[in-house]
Design a protein. Structure first.
Length: 331
């Protein structure tokens, strides 16, 4: 039962961490040691010189494999707790190794008092008290990470949510820079999305939203931020370093046009057969970082979006935000 508990611990760690790698190969030598122990005990009766080295060896092999699986935990949120649990498992394996060495090298009769039993059981008790909180810590870190992810991520599309991009935008718009850095806000609205839900159902509508989010994310730079801000609307926060507003405008316009074309190239399979192709209207606003309020830049981008929709949709319109006026033009 002790051996089975050690093996189940390895399986439990593998299931929890989703690690089905070479660590499970430790079960093969462990099974061989277990079979040898059973055969020798059946043939020659109970013998501590047989049972302790073979049984402790079996548990040491499986415990080391468990420690390795924990140490190689790739999840950043759980990694520290997993490595602490790994260290405790390695300490327990070392205790088992010491017990094996004592029984293999000590010249006493099998019936003599076994000083390693008390030592081994006490070590196991103390290490269990240490290992169990480590597992609980791993679970806590995982739950905390999940709560943070849910607070920052749109649950349907997986991109950031409105709260995240608003906080990031306010931070960037409200702080200046030594370099000439421009901040651009892009608002992307899927054209006639209500008709998609009305004609083919909300399931297809959700597939469209997920597909559009995936296409947008693929065609954005790593330093930019994409978020779903509600319904069929997405927002992108794009930063640009450049000597002039004209260069920044050209760069942002190219990014917006690339995103529009990416959406137009997507095709979504319909339940009744055929494909659905969607388009999007995009409005953007550009401002020198640290000069204007975030809400004013967003309002300028929103105004450019409505201009794009009023002028026929499936196009990009932008504006350079100035204190007294917003100049919009079709691209």
């Amino acid at each position: 039962m002790i051996d089975a508990g050690t093996i189940l611990t390895l399986f439990g760690v593998a299931i929890y961490l989703q690690r089905w790698g070479w660590e499970l190969w430790a079960l093969l030598p462990a099974a061989i040691l277990g079979c040898i122990e059973i055969v020798l005990v059946i043939a020659g009766g109970e013998s501590y010189r047989v049972m302790v080295p073979l049984g402790a060896g079996l548990r040491a092999i499986v415990t080391i494999a468990t420690a390795i699986a924990l140490w190689r935990c790739a999840d950043d949120a759980r990694q520290m707790a997993a490595r602490l649990a790994s260290v405790f498992h390695l300490v327990w394996a070392a205790m088992l190794g010491l017990r094996i060495i004592w029984w293999l090298g000590h010249p006493i009769a099998d019936t003599a008092m076994d000083p390693t039993s008390t030592f081994g059981l006490l070590s196991r008790l103390l290490l269990t008290w240490a290992i169990t909180p480590s597992y609980l810590w791993m679970l806590t870190r995982e739950l905390d990470a999940e709560l943070i992810r849910q607070a920052r991520q749109d649950p349907l599309t997986g991109v950031a949510n409105r709260r995240v991009i608003w906080a990031e935008g306010e931070k960037w718009a409200g702080t200046g820079s030594r370099k000439r850095q421009y901040l651009a806000v892009l608002i992307i609205d899927i054209d006639h999305f209500k008709a998609v839900n009305d004609n083919w159902g909300h399931g297809v509508g959700d597939e469209v939203l997920v597909g559009v989010a995936h296409s947008l994310a693929q065609h954005m730079r790593d330093e930019d931020l994409l978020a779903r801000i509600g319904g069929e609307e997405f927002m992108a926060l794009v930063r640009h370093d450049g000597p002039s507003i004209d260069q920044a405008t050209d760069a942002i316009r190219a990014i917006a046009e690339r995103l529009r074309q990416a959406i137009e190239k997507d095709a979504f399979a319909l339940p009744s057969g055929g494909n659905l192709v969607c388009t999007a209207s995009i409005g953007y606003a550009i401002s020198l970082r640290g000069q204007y309020q975030w809400k004013d830049i967003v309002e300028a981008a929103d105004g450019a979006l409505y201009d794009a929709k009023r002028n026929g949709r499936n196009q990009v319109m932008g504006s350079v935000y100035e204190p007294k006026a917003v100049h919009a033009k079709a691209d």
